[in-house]
Ligand binder design. Structure first.
Ligand code: NAG
Ligand code: NAG
Ligand code: NAG
Ligand code: NAG
Ligand code: NAG
Ligand code: NAG
Ligand code: NAG
Ligand code: NAG
Ligand code: NAG
Ligand code: NAG
Length: 417
């Protein structure tokens, strides 16, 4: 049993929290505006069709009996684009057609794509701006297992190359790049990466490129992910990269707790203004890992992760940590609040990991009201996490670690607090 409280009150991390909330409520205002815009445009759209695709219009007001809520002025069913939810038919073209159709609505408040109950097998596809992907109860988007169907993408600039191999990396199953105002939500439908085949190939060392994440946003902003389940990612599950204004709520993230290597839950990477709340995460690596690039590449890219609130989570990470910062943190990590979080059956509780060569900083971090149950080591700051992209890192680039507050950390069956 341990109980650690800071009474000095030396550092308060309230400001970032407030500013993040402002962002979130601004986001709500945006949605309200989109609604109003949507209603005023209904008249115009009615009876029209765009490029021969039949458009289905409804709203909560017009058709109260519709099973799924419509959060955009217009909504489509995936089946309207040829989707077949039998678990066998490939739906890549259906998703691509749907996204192309939705991209025509950007100036009109966007559009929603409904994925109905069923098993919708697909290769990776890209999202577009002002899009809502809505997963009905019983809807499962299944990632194709054949890696030849996964496009290769350039390495992330702040990593120098794919995390596991030199050169390019596989893209993510659901990808968004340079887009704004995107929502993935539903009635707890599922995105399933079918990662098992990837984990096996990784362990046999038969992959030539770094595995892809399940959902990745790059250089995007105003992203909301809620009320869904993400499971069996080939690699990191949800990876926002150099993004702004991200709200993640009520998401369940699952992967086997053994033999699902690197299936981190959520990895905000060089991101600003992030709220992650009310999620359940049980995975084969870190539950949350806040990052900002790797050694000389991350220092050069120079984008910190900052203003991040993580609260009301339940996390299990049997082989790694509940909430990590690093080890890639070369662009800096600051203004992080982790609170009201329950971490159980985990190897580490809350951990900061870094190494000489990383540069950057980890500062203004507050851990508040964290409960650890059956955890091997509770609070960790590890400064020799010596895993480097290549030998060109600068061993003199020492990270600065400052202003870390632990306040109200409770533990039960914690072997080393
Ligand atoms: C630590 O916080 C204090 C204010 O509480 C601030 O003046 C100082 O710059 C911070 N140090 C770092 C390294 O961020
Ligand atoms: C962190 O928060 C403080 C206010 O508490 C703000 O002054 C500072 O600019 C923030 N840091 C970054 C990198 O945004
Ligand atoms: C979409 O599919 C659902 C069944 O899952 C159906 O009830 C609804 O009417 C469909 N909407 C349109 C516009 O076809
Ligand atoms: C998604 O878009 C990115 C950027 O344009 C591109 O590199 C990638 O190949 C696209 N992915 C798919 C599956 O089309
Ligand atoms: C979380 O998601 C479930 C399933 O979709 C839903 O029933 C519940 O109301 C959601 N909870 C909150 C707080 O949004
Ligand atoms: C959502 O579905 C997942 C997986 O089926 C389940 O574990 C979780 O409890 C569900 N969440 C809610 C809020 O019903
Ligand atoms: C990896 O590269 C080797 C040699 O070029 C090739 O034989 C093998 O098929 C490749 N494996 C995959 C999964 O692409
Ligand atoms: C989650 O679902 C619940 C129940 O349908 C709904 O009330 C809530 O607004 C949703 N939350 C988000 C953030 O989408
Ligand atoms: C840390 O917090 C202090 C005090 O709020 C602020 O002045 C400073 O800019 C913050 N540092 C970073 C790197 O955000
Ligand atoms: C502390 O966190 C737990 C969840 O781990 C929550 O149930 C409890 O309400 C929190 N306490 C306070 C005072 O917020």
């Amino acid at each position: 049993m341990m109980e650690i409280s800071s009474s000095s009150g030396r550092f308060q991390c309230q400001q970032p929290r407030r500013s993040v909330l402002t962002v979130v409520s601004a986001h709500k205002t945006l949605f309200t505006l989109l609604w109003i815009l949507g209603f005023s445009s209904l008249f115009f759209w009615q009876g029209n069709s765009v490029e021969g695709i039949q458009i289905f219009l409804w709203s909560a007001r017009r058709s109260p009996g519709t099973p799924l809520p419509t959060l955009r002025p217009v909504a489509f069913n995936l089946t309207a684009f040829g989707g077949v939810g039998d678990g066998v038919t490939m739906n890549t073209e259906a998703f691509n057609r749907a996204v192309a159709a939705i991209s025509k609505f950007q100036k009109m408040g966007g559009a929603q794509l409904n994925v109905q109950p069923g098993r919708w097998l697909t290769a990776p596809f890209n999202l577009t701006s002002h899009m809502t992907l809505f997963l009905a109860e019983g809807a499962v988007i299944l990632g194709a297992e054949d890696e030849n169907l996964w496009p290769l993408m350039p390495p992330l600039p702040s990593y120098g190359y794919g995390r596991e191999h030199k050169g390019p990396r596989y893209g993510s199953l659901i990808h968004g790049q340079n887009i704004v105002d995107v929502v993935i939500t539903g009635h707890n439908g599922t995105i399933d990466g079918q990662g098992k085949s990837w984990w096996t190939k990784f362990q046999k060392k038969s992959l030539n490129y770094t595995r892809g994440p399940l959902v990745q946003f790059m250089w995007s902003k105003n992203i909301k992910i809620s009320n869904i389940t993400l499971q069996n990612s080939p690699f990191w599950t949800l990876h926002p990269y150099d993004c702004k204004n991200i709200y993640i709520s009520n998401v369940t993230i699952l992967a086997p707790i053994f033999e699902a290597p690197n299936t981190d839950g959520i990895d905000p990477d060089s991101c600003e203004n992030v709220v992650i709340e009310n999620c359940y995460i049980s995975v084969g690596d870190d539950g949350i890992a806040i990052k900002s690039g790797w050694d000389q590449y991350g220092i050069k890219y120079g984008k910190p992760s900052t203003n991040i609130v993580i609260r009301d989570l339940v996390i299990r990470s049997l082989v790694s940590a509940g909430v990590s910062i690093g080890s890639e943190m070369s662009g800096g990590v600051s203004n992080i609040t982790v609170e009201n979080t329950y971490i159980w059956d985990s190897r580490r509780g809350v951990r900061i990991k870094t190494a000489p060569g990383r540069g950057g900083y980890v500062t203004n971090i507050t851990y508040h009201n964290i409960t650890l149950v059956n955890v091997r080591v509770g609070m960790v700051i590890k400064t020799d996490y010596n895993e480097h992209p290549d030998s060109d890192f600068d061993p003199e680039a020492l990270p600065v670690i400052a202003n870390i507050t632990y306040d109200g950390i409770h533990g039960e069956r914690v072997r080393v607090p």
